[in-house]
Ligand binder design. Structure first.
Ligand SMILES: Nc1ncnc2c1ncn2[C@@H]1O[C@H](COP(=O)(O)OP(=O)(O)OP(=O)(O)O)[C@@H](O)[C@H]1O
Ligand SMILES: [Mg+2]
Length: 334
């Protein structure tokens, strides 16, 4: 794949998403589509292999990843075996759009929390574990709540978990707010360029304090779950006064997800990182020709991107490279 904008075209069901998924697996160590790695293996086979060669900035990078039924997943970067395929994530940033990602804008709050918590990890790797650690503290507190409710332990036993939920929860809220503050101006700019005026990312939630957690203890004991904290917060994605979750059109929701990806890509570069690889699957449908043109121009400026489409004419701009996907073969168009 050459730098700039690469367009991969081919009929439905030919393997375009497959190609894009392979690039994601080869650069991130996991599929954007499924958590079940066995689904990556071709029907009737017992293993699959993805090899990716390229550059990270100016440094050559070669990744080889193998998934074998019964033996799990392993990867090598520049010939050296990795302890875990997840390490690839700290080597390269890959941002992906698939139609599923519309859930970030139109789905339930959990989809947005998960999305922005991954952004935290990409933008400040030191805090990549924060959301997971907080989640674990909530689970521990919930288990403790149920033990207290059933009379198997005293209320005192809850205190350390309450303290931990408050501490990690406060850190997580701060990290999310900081990340939204960083992303916000870039998001607004990209959204406006794509025709969504006054784009805004707003955190909906507050840091949980020990006092606030204690105050609702009776209710928490009754329900057996912690009813306060960033595991219940949301991010409002808006254009002006319109919350796009409820009031955005399909196309606008798509533009908002794209503006988020572009905002993060720019931010990574601004903070001295290497421009991420953008993988945009089926992104052009639902967008009018003007917006497709603006998107293509912006994407080409951000770094390297692969866009899939059923027909080259869907992109009203010349890609830097045009790939034709046919059964089992990807060929550069003449
Ligand atoms: N594990 C597998 N082994 C073999 N074939 C598979 C496997 N998983 C999916 N397929 C098939 O691979 C084909 C290519 O799928 P893919 O999603 O890449 O097509 P596409 O070119 O993106 O099509 P569309 O334009 O409709 O999005 C599909 O017919 C799918 O059923
Ligand atoms: Mg597809």
């Amino acid at each position: 794949m050459r730098p700039g904008l690469v367009l991969a075209v081919g009929p439905n069901g030919i393997g375009k998403t497959n190609l894009l998924e392979a690039l994601h697996v080869g650069t991130q160590g996991f599929s954007p589509r499924t958590r079940n790695d066995l689904q990556l293996i071709r029907f009737g086979e017992t293993a699959t292999r993805v090899a990716v060669r390229g550059r990270r900035g100016t440094v050559p990078l070669e990744v080889e990843l193998v998934v074998e039924a019964g033996a799990g997943k392993r990867a090598k970067a520049n010939g050296a075996p990795l302890r875990a395929t997840e390490q690839l994530r700290s080597e390269t940033a890959t941002l992906v759009f698939t139609p599923d990602r519309l859930g970030v804008v139109k789905g339930a709050p959990a989809a947005r929390r998960a999305y922005f918590d991954r952004s935290i990890g990409r933008l400040s790797p030191a805090r990549a574990q924060l959301a997971t650690d907080y989640g674990a503290a909530v689970s521990q507190r919930n288990a403790s709540l149920r033990r207290v409710a059933s009379g198997h332990s005293s209320r005192d036993a809850l205190a350390p978990w309450t303290a931990q939920v408050a501490e990690l929860g406060t850190e997580l809220v701060a990290a999310r707010r900081e990340t939204l503050q960083l992303l916000g101006p870039h998001f607004a700019e990209r959204a406006s360029e794509l025709g969504l005026p006054e784009g805004e990312l707003r955190y909906d939630g507050a840091p949980p304090s020990v006092a606030a957690l204690d105050e609702r203890l009776d209710r928490d004991l009754e329900r057996g779950v912690t009813g306060l904290g960033p595991h219940l917060d949301d991010v409002v994605i808006a254009s002006g006064t319109r919350e796009l979750r409820g009031y955005g059109s399909q196309g606008e929701q798509r533009l908002a997800v794209l503006a988020l990806l572009l905002a993060e890509a720019e931010l990574i570069v601004e903070r001295g990182g290497v421009a991420p690889l953008l993988l945009l699957d089926d992104v052009l449908s639902e967008l009018d020709p003007d917006r497709r043109r603006i998107l293509a121009a912006r994407v080409a400026r951000v770094g390297q991107a692969l866009i899939t489409a059923t027909d080259a004419a869907m992109l009203p701009a010349d890609p830097d490279q045009l790939l034709e996907v046919s059964a089992g073969v990807v060929r550069e168009a003449a």
